[in-house]
Design a protein around this ligand. Structure first.
Ligand code: ATP
Ligand code: MG
Length: 581
């Protein structure tokens, strides 16, 4: 490709709203163009990278035995009503009517559509297992579309779905996909971790995320310094905490604590570690709109120096009550009208006072003694609290794992890392097949719901993820497999006939060897061209400049900008680039 005849609208200025380097470079390098909030056009360079990533994903999906299909972007809402997600999915689901007033949604994910295919065409266990994939647009009306391709509203995803006649077979396919995903991200030369993920209310161990490590990552992952354990913080587990300071031993008693409300104030007042304070997080439970249920309060107790992990809290509630939609913060007003004093809430008589059926204690508090908690009376706390004297307390995993907590697998110390979620594999079980009556006949002639799995990769997000991990302060740095071109041939001075001729000859020779090459033949200054090379980030560069007089050309490796010189012999250069393709 000739730069002069291609379309690469590079720009000098950093776009105002672009905070991440990946976003800045994709816009400045002429890869993408924003046309609406969270909606982007892919310009030729962006399309090339997108195709390269898609091709790798395609190859690995095909070789893993997955069959490619393409489902309609517009999905009849009826299918979403059958699965029950039309109500549950919330505002990210874009709903609209056609001219005949029929309801539709723009596909954010395709479990419903694929389940409809399965129930129409797969009738017998003899046709199982089978798995399908597609690479196409998705639309999610994200609250905060940001960071360019990282969190768009319209984006490109590879989504795959598998159908099985047993959970064992689903486990096999889950592992098959796990390995295929590892091959994909390894081919893209990414530093990534496979982490345990939140499986929502479905529960089980059936969900893993693939995280590209990068400081800007929106996900916090917990990794063990000693073993392979890695988990999204939303699902992370830890051993029971052990501390080396003394417990505040005291007889059970009510203590006057005027105006002492927060955990910090309490620990200063009693001169104790907040480890021994019973902290309560009060949330308001919102139910599905069509159920017409009034919001209720929920109480989550954790240690004073722990934080509530909201995803864990929501999962606990969803397992208790399938009509739960979301949790929001309870206001001071909500707390007051439940008969409680903010800052002085504790477990004693809490159920009687509030009638709440949603009172939970973090696992780490199981049967703990020597605690301090609110007395449900203004300006009073209890000391010497012993939870083992209570009856029927519900202990569940609620707390956010902290850095320094201990690994449940090996006893090692755990730490945080930041990651960008680029893939997610998930055991669905029979959630959709049951809801949508998607059945097959088993070996005994009995109707059974399909056992399903689903597997996603954020294709367009991968452009951002690669750049966040690899780029430098000069511009894009792509990996070998993802760079739009393998090599840029930069003619330093296009007016110099000898340089130009050599460049043209090299360009032809490289094309003959199927090496993807961008020839910078523009009548621009060398400084301008090299800046564009740095910004665009093709894998290697060949500079044909003054050194040609000495029979030399300069080879630049974009990652690190290291330079080497080669003899100005076409065959030698082609061979060198072929070996480094
Ligand atoms: P996130 O937690 O980042 O919102 P998600 O868990 O909702 O993502 P999935 O439903 O698991 O996403 O979708 C599969 C993949 O699609 C994700 O792993 C991610 O790489 C990609 N993806 C999801 N939402 C977006 C988005 N708004 N923009 C770009 N890629 C996305
Ligand atoms: Mg996910």
């Amino acid at each position: 490709m000739r730069f002069s005849q291609f379309f690469i609208p590079t720009i000098k200025e950093t776009p105002k709203d672009a905070v991440l380097k990946s976003h800045q470079y994709l816009v400045r390098g002429g890869y993408i163009h924003q046309i609406g909030s969270g909606i982007y056009n892919f310009l030729p360079l962006g399309k090339r990278v997108l195709d390269k990533i898609s091709q790798i994903v395609k190859e690995e999906m095909d070789s893993a035995g997955c069959i490619e299909i393409a489902m309609g972007f517009v999905t009849p809402a009826e299918l979403w009503k059958q699965s029950g997600r039309y109500e549950k999915y919330g505002k990210e689901l874009l709903r609209f009517l056609d001219r005949k007033n029929n309801d539709f949604v723009l596909g954010p994910t395709y479990e419903e559509a694929i389940t409809d295919i399965a129930r129409n065409f797969i009738k017998s266990y003899k046709n199982l297992p089978v798995s399908f994939y597609q690479i196409n647009l998705k639309f999610r009306d994200e609250v905060r579309p940001r960071f360019g391709l990282m969190r768009g509203r319209e984006f490109i995803m590879k989504d795959a779905y598998s159908f099985h006649s047993s959970y064992e077979d689903l486990d096999r396919e889950f592992e098959n996909m796990h390995q295929a995903y590892k091959r994909i991200f390894t081919r893209l030369e990414l530093d990534f971790r496979v982490v345990d993920a939140d499986s929502g209310a479905i529960g089980g161990s059936g969900s893993k995320e693939f995280m590209v490590l990068a400081d800007c990552g929106e996900d916090t992952i917990v990794v063990c310094k000693n073993c392979e354990y890695a988990s999204n913080i939303e699902a992370a587990k830890r051993q029971k905490r052990v501390v080396d300071f003394d417990a505040p031993k005291a007889e059970f008693a009510k203590f006057s604590t005027p105006n002492v409300k927060s955990v910090e104030e309490l620990s200063a007042f009693f001169r104790i570690s907040s480890f021994y304070i019973l902290k309560v997080v009060v949330k308001k439970v919102i139910f599905l709109p069509e159920k017409n249920m009034k919001p209720k309060l929920a109480f989550f107790f954790v240690r004073g120096d722990d934080e509530l992990e909201e995803i864990k809290a929501l999962n606990v509630l969803s397992t208790k009550n399938s009509n739960v939609l979301e949790l929001v913060d309870a206001s001071s007003e909500d707390i007051k009208s439940a008969g409680l004093c903010e800052g002085f809430i504790g477990p004693y008589s809490l159920r009687n006072i509030t009638q709440s059926e949603f009172i939970f204690f973090d696992e780490d508090l199981r049967e703990e003694r020597d605690l301090i908690c609110g007395a449900n009376e203004e300006n009073y706390h209890f000391v010497g609290v012993d939870l083992s004297t209570f009856e029927g307390l519900e202990y569940v995993d609620l707390a956010k794992v902290r850095e320094g907590d201990i690994c449940t697998c090996c006893g090692g110390v755990m730490e945080y890392k930041k990651g960008i979620e680029v893939g997610h594999i998930f055991k669905l079980g029979t959630k959709y097949s049951e809801a949508m009556q998607a059945m097959y006949l088993d070996q005994n002639g009995k109707m059974q719901p399909f056992v399903m799995g689903c597997y996603g990769i954020g294709i367009s997000r991968l452009l951002s993820a690669i750049l966040e991990q690899k780029s430098d302060e000069k511009g894009c740095v792509w990996t070998k497999a993802s760079a739009p071109f393998a090599v840029s041939v930069i003619i330093s001075n296009s007016k110099n006939e000898i340089e130009r001729e050599f460049g043209e000859e090299l360009y032809k020779a490289l094309k003959q060897k199927n090496i993807e090459v961008l020839l910078d033949d523009r009548l621009e200054r060398f400084g301008f061209k090299i800046k564009d090379f740095e910004l665009i980030g093709n894998y290697k560069g060949v500079v044909i400049g003054k050194e040609l007089e000495n029979n030399k050309v300069e080879i630049i490796h974009r990652d690190g900008m290291q330079k080497t010189y080669l003899n100005a012999e076409i065959q030698e250069i082609v061979q060198f680039l072929e070996n480094h393709k």
